[in-house]
Design a protein around this ligand. Structure first.
Ligand code: ADP
Ligand code: MG
Length: 263
């Protein structure tokens, strides 16, 4: 599942790591691919990502296999992460001239490698752009999860993301579909949040999860301690909402509703 939205600060990374932690807490084995040179997902999962660390960069160049790039997170023994170092910042340009530039990540995540790690779910955290890194993430996945922030301009740019997804589906990955919309940073005190929520539900129907992630200080504090909010404050509303959202995702997966044409 690729977590994408070319807007920055909408909750891609926060949702990736906390959904992954919630799934792992229930005994599901999850692999997080940090595909943002900032390495925020690596930080939140307590995984080293200094320059020189074997990372998603070497993985995409084909220099190391997945088994060597994946590290167990401090968050859970069921949670693995392929970190991103700042080296990835150059990849967007370096990839342009490479063979099979759009499917580098997909090849690295071939079933034979995933089987060795024995993972049930792979979550890919995208950078805030629609460049080659995000395209690689869209080619590697069957599902897209789009986090949408309950704020002004939330839906702006969404059309561009959706048409890119359509393009990737028709040319590179027929299995790709938007399976999940997650509303984030919901502030119940504002009318605006309700307006965005109802607009999104009108547009996306049941693809939008029933669970909405509230704006919560605990959620934003957790990465400062290299933790997910599930470790930092498991009883907080933020943590519980991510557990609920993960349950919805797992139920969808189990029901097969979103698996049409998937792996
Ligand atoms: P993205 O990966 O899309 O750029 P992030 O997940 O990094 O977005 O979130 C952007 C900022 O908002 C971060 O500082 C994060 O801690 C904060 N944030 C995300 N979700 C919440 C939330 N539910 N409540 C409060 N702050 C949040
Ligand atoms: Mg991010």
């Amino acid at each position: 599942m690729t977590v994408a939205n070319q807007k920055g600060g909408v909750g891609k990374t926060t949702s990736t790591v906390n959904l992954a932690a919630a799934l792992a807490m229930h005994g599901i084995r999850v692999l997080v691919i940090d595909l943002d040179p900032q390495g925020n997902a690596s930080t939140a999962l307590g995984v080293e990502h200094r320059t020189g660390t074997p990372s998603v960069y070497e993985l995409m160049l084909g220099e190391i296999p997945l088994e060597e790039a994946a590290v167990t997170s401090t968050a859970s023994p069921n949670l693995l992460c392929v970190p991103a170092t700042i080296d990835l910042a150059g990849a967007e340009i370096e990839l342009v001239s490479m063979v099979a530039r759009e499917s580098r990540l997909s090849q690295a995540l071939a079933d034979e490698h995933l089987d060795k790690l024995d993972v049930d779910y792979v979550l890919i955290d995208c950078p805030p752009s629609l460049g080659l890194l995000t395209v690689n993430a869209l080619v590697a996945a069957s599902e897209v999860l789009i986090p949408i922030q309950c704020e002004y301009y939330a839906l702006e740019g969404l059309g561009q993301l959706l048409s890119n997804i359509d393009l990737v589906r028709s040319h590179l990955n027929t299995a790709l579909h938007v399976s999940t919309i997650l509303l984030t940073m919901y502030d119940g005190r504002t009318k605006l949040a309700d307006q965005v929520t109802s607009e999104v539900r009108q547009h996306f129907g049941p693809t939008a999860l029933r669970t909405v992630i509230p704006r919560s200080v605990k959620v934003s504090e957790a990465p400062g301690y290299s933790q997910t909010v599930l470790e930092y404050d498991p009883g907080s509303r933020g943590a519980m909402s991510y557990v609920d959202a993960a349950r919805e995702i797992a139920e969808h997966g189990a029901s097969g509703a979103y698996r049409a044409g998937g792996r």
